[in-house]
Design a protein around this ligand. Structure first.
Ligand SMILES: C[S@@+](CC[C@H](N)C(=O)[O-])C[C@H]1O[C@@H](n2cnc3c(N)ncnc32)[C@H](O)[C@@H]1O
Length: 311
């Protein structure tokens, strides 16, 4: 299959990462390698490219082979960023990029099971070594858990109706394919909800987040990224839904203003020092032209912060 992932907010990412000659940058979500390629073109630097999907990693490694040892591909979840960076022998890095979610390549490949529009196995694992698949979630989770996941990770208002329909149907025959599930979701929601965006979109997102433990990975990845950044180094995160964006915004805020002392204390006694300065007071969003050219960009939000030198 041809890899045709168009990097989102490319120019804005480069501007915020600000690559410099001699620098080391971690592209924590390598995907098709579009952002990495641009960083490598803009400065005589090195890029460590992480992806938990080996297919994506191999493909990007071929594309970026022309950069020789300036590009270092590593198969890993970015929650392990600190271990990866230290194992490669770097003490710290000059920038970290996270462009979250799945790539067009993963989404368009029915065999990965991410799409509610193409039939495929109910898989949704970015890392095929992850033991939990979407089928496990759909066929074995208690109804209450399904409701929680659909509400929390999908912000799906018909979560109870959809969970009920899934449980009833799986008692007769477990789900095996993406279209079977998508059709059951469509049947479970009221007619008016069927006229909005595809009714399965939010539930598929929720299951994908659960299967890949995306929110916990993100939290751990952000903590690790701040630890491996040099003072003056930048972290740039591109999110595609409000849960991720809120998580990143709150993380940056806490790192910028971590003091937990009561407001009426004359001086700080908690001793927590800021580690980041937020550069994007408001998230950077794509232009109308970019959204017209690349539908995937429509919900993208970029936030960036700089590591402070500790006093
Ligand atoms: C949106 S794509 C990145 C696209 C890339 N920036 C480009 O220009 O082609 C996200 C990629 O990150 C990977 N990914 C998502 N979460 C990850 C995680 N926690 N650890 C490592 N890779 C992850 C996915 O497998 C996918 O290939």
């Amino acid at each position: 299959m041809e890899f045709s992932h168009v990097p989102v907010l490319l120019e804005e990412t480069i501007e915020h990462i600000n690559p410099k000659a001699g620098g080391v940058y971690v592209d924590a979500t390598l995907g098709g390698g579009g952002h990495s390629e641009e960083i490598l073109k803009r400065a005589d630097c090195r890029v460590v490219g992480l992806d938990q999907d080996e297919d994506a990693l191999n493909h990007a490694a071929k594309r970026l082979a022309l950069f020789g040892d300036r590009f270092i591909p590593v198969k890993s979840n970015f929650r392990n960023i600190k271990k990866v960076v230290y194992r490669l022998g770097f003490d710290a890095v000059d920038g970290v990029l996270m462009d979250l979610g799945v790539s067009s390549f993963q989404l368009d490949n029915p065999l990965k099971g991410f799409s509610f529009q193409h039939d495929g196995p109910l898989d949704m694992r970015m890392d095929p070594q992850n033991p939990k698949t979407a089928a496990d979630v759909v066929n074995t989770y208690p109804e209450k858990e399904l409701i929680r996941i659909f509400y929390e990770y999908g912000e799906e208002r018909y979560a109870p109706q959809i969970a009920r329909a899934i449980v009833k149907r799986r008692e007769k025959k477990p789900f095996t394919s993406t279209l079977e599930l998508a059709e059951e979701i469509i049947r479970a929601v009221p007619a008016k909800a069927r006229r909005e965006k595809h009714p399965a979109r939010r539930v598929f997102q929720a299951i994908r987040i659960e299967v890949n433990d995306e929110l916990r990975s993100l939290e751990e990845g952000l903590v690790g990224a701040v630890e491996v950044l040099k003072p003056g180094g930048r972290i740039v995160v591109i999110t595609f839904h409000s849960l991720e964006d809120r998580l990143v915004k709150n993380f940056f805020r806490r790192e910028e203003n971590p003091c937990v002392c009561p407001k009426d204390f004359p001086a700080c006694v908690c001793g927590k020092k800021p580690r980041l300065k937020v550069i994007t007071k408001k998230p950077v969003v794509p232009s109308r032209e970019e959204i017209e050219k690349n539908r995937r960009a429509h919900s993208a939000k970029l936030r960036a912060a700089e590591k402070l030198s500790l006093a």
